[in-house]
Design a protein around this ligand. Structure first.
Ligand code: ADP
Length: 167
C-alpha cells in the first residue's frame, strides 16, 4: 500500500519554506496531501480559495501530490483520508515546543494510530514564515524572495484589488 502523509497548515500564504518541505516530502513519500486548515474562526489574509490556488500554482511540477482542505479535528480528517502520518516543519526551538504538544495530542486522541514526522527547515528558509510575508506586505515591502516565484504576480494582483500596494 502507498505510504501517505498529510502536511497540514494555514498556508496564509504558502512560502518558499513550505514549498521546500512539500518537495522534500514528495521525494520520500508516495502520496503527499497538503491540506489547508479552513477555520472560520481564524482570521486569515487570504481566503481558503486563494490559499488553495496559490498552493496549486506552485506545486504543479510535483508528482503524487494532492492539495486539499479540511476543518475540524486533524485526526478525523486523517482517518477519512486513510492516512496515519502527519508531517510538520521545524524551524526553531519555538516551533518545537508547540509542535511537540500538537504531536502528543494527535497521538493520544487517535489512540496511538497517528504519528507525526518532522522535517527540519532548510537553512536558507529557516527565517521564513507566512507571518513574515504579511508583515512585509503591510509595510509595502518586497516579498519576491520569500514566496514561490509562481505566485508572486497573483498575490500582487489580489492585494492590489484590496488596495494594498506591493513592489
Ligand atoms: P500553522 O498555522 O498550522 O502553523 P503554517 O502555514 O504556519 O500553519 O505552517 C505549516 C507548517 O509548515 C508548520 O509545521 C510550520 O512549522 C511549517 N513551516 C512554516 N514555515 C516553514 C519554513 N520556512 N521552513 C520549514 N517549515 C515551515
Amino acid at each position: 500500500m502507498k505510504q501517505g502523509v498529510i502536511f497540514p497548515g494555514s498556508f496564509d500564504p504558502v512560502t518558499r519554506g513550505h514549498l521546500d518541505i512539500i518537495a522534500r516530502a514528495c521525494s520520500v513519500f508516495d502520496r503527499v496531501i497538503v491540506s489547508v486548515l479552513n477555520n472560520s474562526e481564524k482570521k486569515t489574509l487570504f481566503s481558503i480559495e486563494e490559499r488553495l490556488i496559490f498552493l496549486k500554482l506552485c506545486t504543479k511540477h510535483l508528482k503524487g501530490l494532492e492539495i486539499d482542505h479540511y476543518n475540524g479535528l486533524l485526526i478525523h480528517y486523517a482517518k477519512f483520508k486513510k492516512v496515519k502520518t502527519i508531517i510538520r516543519g521545524l524551524r526553531t526551538i519555538n516551533d518545537l515546543e508547540h509542535e511537540l504538544v500538537m504531536a502528543k495530542i494527535n497521538k493520544d486522541l487517535s489512540k496511538n494510530s497517528i504519528e507525526t514526522i518532522f522535517f527540519t527547515a532548510s537553512t536558507k528558509y529557516q527565517h521564513i514564515s507566512s507571518r513574515l510575508v504579511k508583515e512585509i506586505l503591510k509595510l509595502n515591502g518586497n516579498i519576491k524572495t520569500i514566496v514561490p516565484k509562481e505566485i508572486f504576480d497573483t498575490i500582487k494582483k489580489q492585494l492590489t484589488k484590496c488596495s494594498i500596494d506591493t513592489y
